[in-house]
Design a binder for this molecule. Sequence first.
Ligand code: TXA
Ligand code: MG
Length: 335
Amino acid sequence: METLLLTEKQLEIASKLITDGEVVGIPTETVYGLGADASNENAVRKIFSAKGRPADNPLIVHLADFSQAVEYTSYIPELAWKLAEKFMPGALTIVLPKNDRIPAVTSGGLDTVGIRVPSHPVMHRLIEISGRPISAPSANKSGYPSPTTAQHVMRDMNGIIPAVIDGGECQYGVESTVIAIENEDTIRILRPGCITKEMLMTVTGNVIVDKAVLKGLENGEKASSPGMKYKHYSPSADIVMVESDLKSFTEYVGKHYGDGVYALIFDGDKQNFPYRHMTYGADSLQQAQQIFRRLRELDDIHAEKVYVRSPDTDGVGLAVYNRLIRACGFEVIRL
Ligand code: TXA
Ligand code: MG
């Protein structure tokens, strides 16, 4: 099967594929998703098989408006409504108790479901036109960096899914912030994103960052979110994060330099950096936008070992750090 590359004007074709139980690559404001009708078990199974995703890793469900969440959940705390009012449509996913209109395949067997209301006009319109809740994980092969362009999706999914809609480059570049609500007034961040801890704190003072956001799970430790268990965002190259100032970083790369070695540095580091490198932005927002693209590009040029400058962890930086420590399998060198 040749995968069709659709334009944003061909939403009717994409919508028909969704209502027919097929899987479509869809642009969102965060990353591209692999979308299918969340209420159709067979369609959802096709997502898992296209990605090679473990069956116990749940899919989030995309709706056109948060008010539709009452149809798919058994209870919505007051705090969720407040968050939705402030941050939806947008890059936020709220985990809520599900009802039986969400099949167990979609929720990975959990009794909860992540609800997201995307702001991207293509994803938003597609939910409206098809009239279906759309479950969509990131459109990468399981374990590989998430796609931020239609070409990335084509590279991973060509011949595997019937169509991808080309909506250009994603605005944010990292996936949505995933949160759970505890005890009515406490937010637990399961996956950081562009809706930051600081932004969430404007709604409630009680915001906890789950400890798996910043470090790996210990042996036998239970994950608050199944996605935390799995290797993630990893290109073929061996990625190593280096926490240090530019001077020590440069010396370190010099000492370990050789064929296939690259550095991934900040825009401002470029001036006198003497080794093979790519840059990933000047501030946290740009780093978020560029990180997955760079990890893919490093594979394209056959990088074998990549030393990455460690990003700030404030604001959106926490999301960048979270993706990078997973990409490097938690291998961090502190100088
Ligand atoms: O921005 C996004 O969220 C993108 C776009 C396409 O919308 N989607 C996305 O989906 O990143 P996915 O499946 O690649 O990541 C969803 C994450 C996974 O780590 C999963 O384990 C977690 O959210 N998750 C989903 N449902 C959950 C639940 N009920 N409880 C806890 N974690 C959940
Ligand atoms: Mg993903």
